[in-house]
Design a binder for this molecule. Structure first.
Ligand code: ZN
Ligand code: ZN
Length: 364
């Protein structure tokens, strides 16, 4: 870990402790992988953080010992044989903790049982979302990395527009996208890429099949890269050759809805209002029932994280949040149109990070 990185970890730790200080908690256990990485810098797949006002401990199995010492320099690294429950009773005793928070969405019942048995009278308090709340506001260094991941997805899309031909299968196109990103700087793809042609595009989470791509049908492509742990998420819908009238109507509507949402997003806006801006346009055109998901989701160390932008959400958008704006319309037997950008919330508006073109018709 470089001095800059340990400074970042120290600042994040301080923020978490500030939150703890305002509560009646004496310590907190972090088991969620992205939260563990965010706070400590440790990228291994096993390990538990134990954080009190005075102590910051990362417990790992033997195979991660050296890596943990290198990456998590602001943490004391301790070793366990099989599981955290072995070292936990001593930790509780050493900091004299009475109330210890744990991440209720990321501890199994079995793990909880073992901790409860070794708690030496300390109470285990379930909690959710504390670190996720910190992660929702991106720091400058995080934004630099996210911009790289976004640019890679944009470049992959530009490449695929040149590459794609009628007669190729969804799978061939998805593989070309993947190879492009991985040979241009992605450590991996952000998720299983989606290429859905014709009716397959009507399934928002369709991945890829051997379906042959034809002319005149909608092709939904949802792609993203991972760079230094951070993700991008981009969807574009295109049509090879002349589209039918329905494509033009639906595409224009989805684009109008997306631009309307991007026009209202700013610091201080309630997330539900951002969702409304797009949903209203689609609903008024009679396609409300065919738009069955929320407007977007935060993106960072996880592809889906805070904030969640959906109908009725009262979460207040804050400068530094990064999330997707991705309205869509899905018509069974015909296909779908979804257009997805990543945006950065600012005090007085929004910066659209995704720059991939939105001209859908490709005549070759
Ligand atoms: Zn996506
Ligand atoms: Zn998305």
């Amino acid at each position: 870990m470089s001095p800059g990185e340990s400074q970042i970890a120290a600042t994040r730790l301080a923020k978490l402790r500030q939150t703890l200080a305002g509560s009646d908690l004496d310590a907190i256990i972090i088991t969620q992988p992205e939260n563990r990485r965010y706070l400590s810098g440790f990228t291994g797949t096993r390990g538990v953080l134990f954080i009190s006002p005075e102590r910051a401990i990362l417990a790992v199995p033997f195979v991660y010992l050296e890596q943990a010492k290198k990456q998590a320099s602001v943490f004391e690294v301790v070793r366990f044989q099989k599981e955290f429950a072995e070292v936990w009773p001593d930790l509780v005793a050493e900091v004299d903790a009475r109330r210890v928070a744990f991440e209720s969405a990321h501890l199994t019942v079995a793990e909880h049982g073992k901790l409860a048995a070794g708690a030496k009278g300390a109470e285990l308090v379930p909690m959710e979302g504390i670190v996720e709340g910190l992660r929702a506001i991106k720091e400058r260094g995080e934004l630099d990395i996210i911009r790289k991941a976004v640019a890679l997805a944009d470049a992959a899309f530009a490449h695929i527009v040149e590459f794609i031909e009628p007669g190729m299968t969804e799978r061939e196109v998805a593989w070309e996208l993947e190879v492009y990103m991985r040979t241009h700087g992605a450590e991996k793809v952000a998720f299983d890429l989606i290429v859905g042609a014709g009716p397959n595009g009507a399934l928002p989470h369709h991945q890829v099949s051997e379906r042959v791509i034809g002319t005149g049908e909608p092709i939904v492509m949802d792609l993203g890269a991972r760079v230094a742990g951070y993700h991008s998420d981009l969807t574009r819908t295109i049509c090879l050759g002349r589209p039918d009238e329905r494509f033009t109507e639906v595409y224009d509507l989805v684009l109008r809805a997306q631009l309307a949402a991007e026009a209202v997003i700013r610091g201080g806006l309630v997330a539900g209002e951002a969702d409304n801006a797009a949903r209203q346009i689609i609903t008024e055109a009679g396609y409300g029932e065919q738009y069955g998901h929320g407007l977007g989701h935060g993106v960072g160390l996880a592809v889906h994280e805070k904030p969640v932008i959906r109908q009725g959400s009262e979460e207040v958008l804050k400068p530094g949040m990064v999330f997707t704006v991705e309205p869509g319309i899905y018509l069974p037997d015909w296909g779908g149109v979804r257009i997805e950008d990543m945006v950065l919330v600012q005090e007085d508006g929004v910066e659209v990070l995704s720059r991939a073109g939105k001209e859908p018709v490709i005549i070759k």
